[in-house]
Design a protein around this ligand. Structure first.
Ligand SMILES: NC(=O)N[C@@H](CC(=O)O)C(=O)O
Ligand SMILES: [Zn+2]
Ligand SMILES: [Zn+2]
Length: 347
């Protein structure tokens, strides 16, 4: 196959940041995706509809002229988020979901939830208003091995939550394990998952290839090859419960190449090309469109996009970095060759 034309996709898990970084990364996403679920882990976090509305305004203002893109906003769940906040979110028309960060689990999660039981009334309101809960599915604390945190989260926090709120729509974000893929596949239709390009392309060896590779550090951390295989099978298997979410999470080179480097990989610059590589290697390019463009809007009950994009099989080399100096972004697969290229839709 030399080209592939599909319905324009959406990104169901994205970090756009704010200010200068927002302006730098937004065009990479808007070039490919019609919409994205925008994560609320700013500093300070996006905890109210008013803050989400203001952030949405800054995103639209940062969009280059002539580019169409719709940010789908989320609220950052805290132990003080009220049922009233949920009613307002539902009524806003632009807040699509609420994000649960276990406190301390990942980047900018300190304001997150220490005890989910304290959110009972708010979760009840979400179920009643049919507002989806998005989950960073890892337990915290030094007593659980970092590679086991997702599997333990499913058993100790997610299963009990779904027992209490069986109709709540839940997306387990950026899944990384066989246990998560199996759990989602067996769960009812109101429970789904996003899968990133990096967890489909790499296993944990990529953290240590010839030395320590800080640009391959993200949370949940990369896992063993058997888990990557399970994710590839889930993504390419055609199930509507799995859909595209890049978790593109920009941090500057200075913040990544550090004695205590930040978690997160930047993949928005070539997200679709990276997914295409995975699906092609699996002989499943015919499944890419549903994963990238259908399953997400169907789950969120939003219309599918109607315009189309084309990928061509044309090798190109990614830049070694985007920008200069310690402020540069080192994109996923920096300096290496990609087989697929998104055809420019401008002009
Ligand atoms: N994935 C990451 O490693 N980092 C994300 C946070 C997150 O999605 O957990 C970030 O905001 O940098
Ligand atoms: Zn996360
Ligand atoms: Zn994320």
């Amino acid at each position: 196959m030399t080209s592939l034309t599909i319905t324009r996709p959406d990104d169901w898990h994205l970090h756009l940041r704010d200010g200068d970084m927002l302006a730098r990364v937004l065009p990479d996403t808007a070039r490919q995706f019609a919409r994205a679920i925008v994560m609320p882990n700013l500093v300070p976090p996006v905890t109210t509809v008013a803050l989400a509305g203001a952030y949405r305004g800054r995103i639209l203002a940062a969009l280059p002229a002539g580019m169409a893109f719709e940010p789908l906003m989320t609220l950052y769940l805290t132990e003080r988020t009220s049922p009233q906040d949920i009613a307002e979110a539902r009524a806003s028309g632009f807040v699509q979901a609420v994000k649960w960060y276990p406190a301390g689990a990942t980047t900018n999660s300190d304001a997150g939830v220490s005890d989910i039981d304290r959110c009972h009334a708010t979760l009840q309101a979400m179920q009643d208003h049919d507002l989806p809960l998005l989950v960073h599915g890892e337990v915290t604390g030094a007593d659980v091995d970092v590679f086991d945190r997702e599997a333990v989260f499913i058993e100790t926090l997610l299963k009990p939550l779904l027992q209490r709120f069986p109709k709540l729509r839940v997306v387990l974000e950026h899944i990384t394990t066989r246990q998560a893929a199996e759990f989602i596949a067996a769960a009812p239709a109101n429970v789904a998952a996003t899968i990133t390009p990096h967890h489909l392309l790499m296993n944990r060896n990529a953290l240590f290839t010839g030395g320590l590779r800080p640009h391959h550090y993200c949370l949940p951390v990369l896992k063993r090859e058997e888990h990557r295989r399970a994710l590839v099978a889930a993504a390419t298997g055609g199930s509507p419960k799995f859909f595209l979410g890049t978790d593109s999470a920009p941090h500057t080179r200075g913040a990544k190449e550090s004695a205590c480097g930040c978690a997160g990989m930047y993949s928005a610059h070539a997200a679709l090309e990276l997914y295409a590589e995975v699906f092609e290697a699996e002989g499943a390019l015919d499944k890419l469109e549903a994963f990238a463009s259908f399953h997400g809007p169907d789950f969120y009950r939003l219309p599918r996009n109607t315009d189309r994009i084309t990928l061509v099989r044309e090798a190109w080399t990614l830049p070694a970095q985007l920008g200069e100096g310690t402020d540069a972004l080192v994109p996923l697969r920096a300096g290496t060759e990609l087989a697929w290229r998104l055809q420019s839709t401008a002009g």
